[in-house]
Design a binder for this molecule. Structure first.
Ligand SMILES: NC(=O)c1ccc[n+]([C@@H]2O[C@H](COP(=O)([O-])OP(=O)(O)OC[C@H]3O[C@@H](n4cnc5c(N)ncnc54)[C@H](OP(=O)(O)O)[C@@H]3O)[C@@H](O)[C@H]2O)c1
Length: 288
C-alpha cells in the first residue's frame, strides 16, 4: 500500500526553486499524491520541460525569489488557474561559491544570501498569507538546513540565513496560526543534489545530472556524524514536506523537522566508543 496516495487530493501547492533537487522531488511527490503544483525557479527551459513531464496538474512560472513582483505572480497562478492555495513550500536556495574567512567578509555577498534564503521566504509567506487568509486555512513549509542549527557545516552567510529561517518560521506560525495557517520548517542534512557542484562553478544542468554520483563520497564523509548509515535522498525531504502539507499534520505548527539521519541529535555512539578505546590505550601506556 502506498501511504502517500491521495494525501494531497484536490490541494494546490506552490513550490519555489522546483527546477531541480529537493524542490523537483517535492513537486513530483505532491503531484503523485493528488495535488496540483505551481513550480518556480529561474531556469525557464528546465522548468517548462519539467512541468510538461509532470502533466496537466503542473505549471511552471519563472520566478526569482529576490524579486517581489515575480513571487507575487508565482503565487497568484495558484488562485488564478486552480482557484485556491493550500500549501507553499519555500524551497529556493543556493550555496555559497566562494566562502571567505571572516576578516575578508564580503557584505554584498552576505546580504545576497540572506535575500534568497530569508528575504525570498518572507515574500513567499507574505503573498501566500494573502491567498490563504480568506479561506482560513493553509500550510507553509520553509526549507532550513542542518546549517541553521550547527555551525561549521556551511559558510557563515548560509548558516545565518538558515538559522533566520527557523525564527521566521516560528514568528509566522504565531502570527498566522490565529488565521488557520500553519508554518513549519524542514532542516535537511547533506543531500546529494546539484547544489554542491553549482557552488563549485559547474554548469547547473550538469550539476543536477551528476548529483547522484556524490553518494559514495557523502557516505564516507558523514561516517562520524550521521547515525543512519545511508545517504539522505531528495525523496526523504519531499516526504516530510508532503506530511506537513497534508491534513495529517493539522495540529503541527511552528516546528522544525530534521531530515538528517540523526546528525543534529549527536555523533554516532560508535565514534565515542572508539575515542574511549583510544583513551584507554593511552592510559594503559602511561608510565607508572
Ligand atoms: N542539498 C542539501 O544538502 C541541502 C541541505 C539542507 C538544505 N538544503 C536546502 O534545500 C533547498 C533546495 O536545495 P537543493 O539541494 O535541492 O539544490 P538545487 O537542486 O540546486 O535546487 C535549488 C533550487 O533553487 C532554485 N533557485 C536558486 N536561486 C533561486 C532564486 N534566486 N530564485 C528562485 N529560485 C532559485 C534553483 O532553480 P533555478 O536555478 O532554476 O533558479 C533550484 O530549483 C535550498 O534551500 C537548500 O539551501 C539543501
Amino acid at each position: 500500500m502506498n501511504v502517500l496516495e491521495g494525501a494531497l487530493a484536490g490541494k494546490v501547492a506552490v513550490i519555489t526553486g522546483a527546477t531541480s533537487g529537493i524542490g523537483a522531488a517535492t513537486a513530483a511527490m505532491f503531484v503523485a499524491a493528488g495535488a496540483s503544483v505551481i513550480i518556480g525557479g529561474r531556469r525557464k527551459d528546465v522548468g517548462e520541460a519539467f512541468a510538461a513531464e509532470l502533466g496537466p496538474r503542473a505549471r511552471f512560472v519563472p520566478a526569482d525569489v529576490r524579486v517581489e513582483s515575480e513571487v507575487e505572480a508565482l503565487i497568484a497562478t495558484a488562485t488564478d488557474e486552480f482557484g485556491r492555495l493550500d500549501a507553499l513550500v519555500n524551497n529556493a536556495g543556493l550555496g555559497v561559491s566562494r566562502p571567505l574567512p571572516l576578516p575578508e567578509a564580503d557584505l554584498a555577498a552576505f546580504l545576497d544570501t540572506l535575500a534568497v534564503h530569508a528575504g525570498g521566504m518572507l515574500l513567499g509567506i507574505k503573498y501566500a498569507a494573502r491567498a490563504m487568509i480568506p479561506r482560513g486555512a493553509g500550510s507553509i513549509i520553509n526549507m532550513s538546513s542542518i546549517g541553521g542549527h550547527r555551525a561549521g557545516w556551511s559558510d557563515v552567510s548560509y548558516s545565518t540565513a538558515k538559522a533566520g529561517v527557523l525564527q521566521l518560521t516560528r514568528s509566522a506560525a504565531v502570527e498566522l496560526g490565529t488565521r488557520g495557517i500553519r508554518v513549519n520548517s524542514i532542516s535537511p542534512g547533506p543531500i546529494p543534489t546539484g547544489i554542491f557542484a553549482k557552488n563549485a562553478g559547474v554548469d547547473a544542468e550538469r550539476a543536477d545530472r551528476t548529483a547522484p554520483a556524490l553518494e559514495p563520497l557523502f557516505l564516507q564523509a558523514l561516517e562520524n556524524h550521521q547515525s543512519i548509515r545511508r545517504v539522505g535522498r531528495v525523496e526523504d525531504v519531499a516526504a516530510a514536506a508532503l506530511w506537513l502539507a497534508s491534513d495529517a499534520s493539522s495540529f503541527v505548527t511552528g516546528q522544525d523537522i530534521g531530515v538528517d539521519g540523526g546528525i543534529a541529535a549527536g555523533r554516532p555512539v560508535s565514534v565515542a566508543a572508539e575515542e574511549r578505546r583510544l583513551l584507554a590505550e593511552a592510559f594503559a601506556s602511561l608510565p607508572g
